[in-house]
Design a protein around this ligand. Structure first.
Ligand code: GSH
Length: 201
C-alpha cells in the first residue's frame, strides 16, 4: 500500500490514522505541497485535482480521503459506530464545512484577493465556527471515545482537525468534549505514529 501524502495535510493524516488503527503497513511517499509538487504532471496523473492524499492498494488507486477510508473498511473492524448517521454528521462538519475553506489552495486565493494579513483571522474564524458546531453536536462520550470503547471515524477526522487548529494558535480547551477526545486518542500508538511530526522531512 502506498500513500502519497504531506506531513501536515490533515486529509492525509486521517488516512494514516485509519491505516494504523487497522494494523495495515504502508509506504509514505511525500508530496511537497510548499514546493508545488502536487501540481506536477506526474502527480496530476495520480490526482487530476492536484491534491493529497492519493492511495494505492494493488490495482486500486484512489483520491479523496473519504473514499480511501471507505476502501479501508474492507480490512479489520469497521470504524463506523452503530449510530453511523450521527458520526457521518460530525465527519461532514470537518470534511465538508471546515476543511475546504481552510485548505491551502483556498487560503492562497483569499490572501491573493485580500492580502496576507487576513490569513490568521480567516483560518481561526472558520475553524471556530466548525469547532463550535462540533462541540454542540458531539454526543456526550459513551466511553473514552465519542461512540464507545474504540475510536471511530469521528476521531479519525477530529484529531487532524484539532492539530490544525492548534497550529493556528487556537486553545482546544475551549471545546471540552473535543479536548477530552484528543486527550484519549493522542497517547494511542495508532494516533501517535500518524502524527505529522513523525512525517516531517
Ligand atoms: N476532499 C479532499 C481534500 C484534499 C485536500 O484538500 N488536500 C490538501 C491537503 S490537506 C491539498 O492537497 N491541498 C493542496 C492545495 O489546495 O493546493 C480529501 O478529503 O482528500
Amino acid at each position: 500500500m502506498i500513500l502519497y501524502d504531506y506531513w501536515r495535510s490533515s486529509a492525509s493524516y486521517r488516512v494514516r490514522i485509519a491505516l494504523n488503527l487497522k494494523g495495515l503497513e504502508f509506504e509514505s511517499r511525500p508530496v511537497d505541497l510548499l514546493a508545488g509538487a502536487h501540481k506536477s504532471p506526474d502527480h496530476l496523473k495520480l490526482n487530476p485535482l492536484g491534491r493529497v492524499p492519493v492511495f494505492v492498494d494493488h490495482d486500486v488507486s484512489l483520491t479523496q480521503s473519504g473514499a480511501i477510508l471507505q476502501h479501508l473498511e474492507r480490512y479489520g473492524s469497521s470504524l463506523w459506530p452503530e449510530n453511523r448517521a450521527r458520526c457521518q454528521e460530525l465527519v461532514d462538519i470537518i470534511a465538508c464545512d471546515i476543511h475546504p475553506i481552510c485548505n491551502l489552495g483556498t487560503v492562497k486565493a483569499v490572501c491573493q484577493a485580500a492580502g496576507e494579513d487576513i490569513k490568521v483571522q480567516w483560518m481561526v474564524t472558520h475553524m471556530k465556527i466548525g469547532l463550535d458546531a462540533l462541540e454542540a453536536v458531539c454526543p456526550e462520550p459513551q466511553g473514552p471515545f465519542c461512540f464507545g470503547a474504540q475510536p471511530s471515524m469521528f476521531e479519525v477526522y477530529l484529531i487532524p482537525q484539532l492539530y490544525n487548529a492548534q497550529r493556528w494558535g487556537m486553545d482546544i480547551e475551549h471545546w471540552p468534549k473535543l479536548a477530552r477526545l484528543q486527550a484519549e486518542c493522542s497517547p494511542l500508538e495508532a494516533f501517535a505514529a500518524a502524527h505529522p511530526d513523525k512525517f516531517q522531512p
